[in-house]
Design a protein around this ligand. Sequence first.
Ligand code: TYD
Length: 135
Amino acid sequence: MTLQEKCPVIEFKDLGDERGKLVVVEGGKNIPFEIKRVFYIYGSDNIVVRGQHANKESEFVLINVAGKSKVRITDGKEQSIVELNRPMMGIYIPPMIWKDMYDFSQDSVLLVLASTHYNGTEYIRDYDQYLEEVK
Ligand code: TYD
């Protein structure tokens, strides 16, 4: 499987009308897992790099509901950079993908949907260890 196949960009349907836009995310429907946790990152800037880890269990969908940011993903073989710049797009990230989030616009609100409750022990935060585990 290519990295792009592992981490597809999801285009959400626009249920908006003349009153404004409406996007729905539903676990097990347009999000490929049941959502157990939601968090959002804002107040980051174009200098910080967040993420810098892989998760052994968690699946994620990242959506910039406002502003924009970039996510660099790798499976240890391929690398790809996706700009999240529309509330109607998301990227799915399965377990064991290394991810860096960076280049946040001032108004960036990065919404993250996760398949698990938080468990710090499933994080791999050392890149060499990550490469060792995926090879
Ligand atoms: P961190 O993993 O560094 O965030 P990012 O992936 O954006 O770089 O998390 C920052 C802190 O927040 C860290 O102390 C762990 C804690 N945290 C939770 O307690 N629950 C969560 O769901 C998340 C994502 C983080």
